[in-house]
Design a protein around this ligand. Sequence first.
Ligand code: ADP
Ligand code: 5GP
Length: 206
Amino acid sequence: MKDKGLLLVVSGPSGAGKGTICDALRHKFPQIRYSVSMTTRPPREGERDGINYFFADNAHFKELIKEDAFLEYADVYGHYYGTPKKYVFDRLEAGNHVMLEIDIQGAMQVREKYAEGVFIFIVPPSLDVLSKRLHKRHTDTEEVIAGRLAKASAELEWISRYDYVIVNDDLDAAINKAVAVISAEECKSWRNENLIASIKKMYEIK
Ligand code: ADP
Ligand code: 5GP
């Protein structure tokens, strides 16, 4: 029997590079499954339902909250975002890693419910760099960018509640650190009870 996979929870200010780093990790670890969140925010150009997010209206989202269908949910920038629970636990049981790219409020809810998760905070090297990256991404209006920058400083207060902090200055260096974190977590003996049992059995046979 396979041991459970890792629940990887990644947060950080908008524009910190979470999406970019998570994409790279998914290429390096094919056993990672990405949990598609549900949101009530309107789709951006090029976003597809069921791929980037499950797009829902407020009434549907609230119905799912009542049904306890979310591992966590939060109001982020005036819209609901949530992680559908069943997918996450099914994949972990099957031995896959599951990656959640979620905001701090959501990550802290996950920490309460599932402390064995791996909590990673991605931080930009400075507010100035963050501003440049948000502009370069061309996905948000000036007003939205100003809101995200204002929120970033407050978000940094939460870093020490995470297990790992990765400064995303040089992208390759940041990706390498994230790879090292996942590799080390994969090797923790308490996560590998079934593997250890099979190793012991193998040695007895010889
Ligand atoms: P987030 O998912 O945290 O909101 P993104 O991954 O969308 O952030 O990154 C924001 C922008 O910054 C994107 O245009 C991305 O290509 C760029 N970016 C990410 N990491 C770096 C880096 N280390 N150096 C330069 N640009 C980066
Ligand atoms: P965006 O609208 O730019 O796609 O995402 C905005 C913020 O919502 C990001 O900080 C992202 O981490 C967060 N987010 C995305 N999905 C979820 C989710 O399922 N739950 C929570 N709590 N936050 C989410």
